[in-house]
Design a protein. Structure first.
Length: 164
């Protein structure tokens, strides 16, 4: 029995695909072995360790610099706010006929900021605010006050019963 042209084309395609898969498998195997040799190589491991050590040192140093810069910025802001609040207090307590207080100059703000950065400690964190008793919040349901036994228990209705 002779093969049809279609069957011959399918066989040729399968042979080509088999050869390509064998080449790809061989290439993948060789690449995997090369990578394993590199990973197990002590010189490569030492190079990677040195790079990671340098990276961690740089990251630590950069984090400290950022923290210091943030600290200086906070202290300068505190100084500027202190000067501004002093000006507001002076304006509010000044008699009606006195001349107006001049706005804060940059020199005063920088002097206050420098003064604040010298020895002013950072303020302690404030505890979270609690709502006043009886204050409603969105979605909060009010509850009856008193012992738990005094609360009205919901009545159980069978499913499908008409609503009252």
């Amino acid at each position: 029995m002779s093969d049809s042209p279609f069957d011959q084309k399918v066989k040729d395609f399968l042979k080509r695909t088999q050869a390509e898969l064998q080449r790809a498998t061989r290439d993948i195997k060789e690449e995997g072995q090369r990578i394993l040799r590199e990973v197990n190589d002590p010189a490569t491991q030492a190079k990677v360790r040195a790079g990671l050590k340098d990276l961690s040192t740089w990251a630590r140093k950069t984090a400290e610099e950022v923290a210091d810069l943030a600290d200086v910025g906070v202290r300068k802001a505190e100084g500027a706010l202190k000067v501004a609040s002093d000006k507001v207090k002076d304006f509010a307590t000044a008699p009606a006929g006195s001349p107006p207080v001049s706005p804060v100059s940059e020199a005063e703000a920088e002097a206050a900021a420098d003064e604040a950065t010298d020895e002013t400690p950072l303020p302690a964190e404030e505890p979270p605010r609690t709502t006043r008793p009886g204050a409603k919040t969105i979605g909060k349901k009010s509850r009856a006050k008193g012992p738990a036994a005094a609360r009205k228990k919901p009545t159980k209705k069978p499913l499908g019963s008409p609503k009252d």
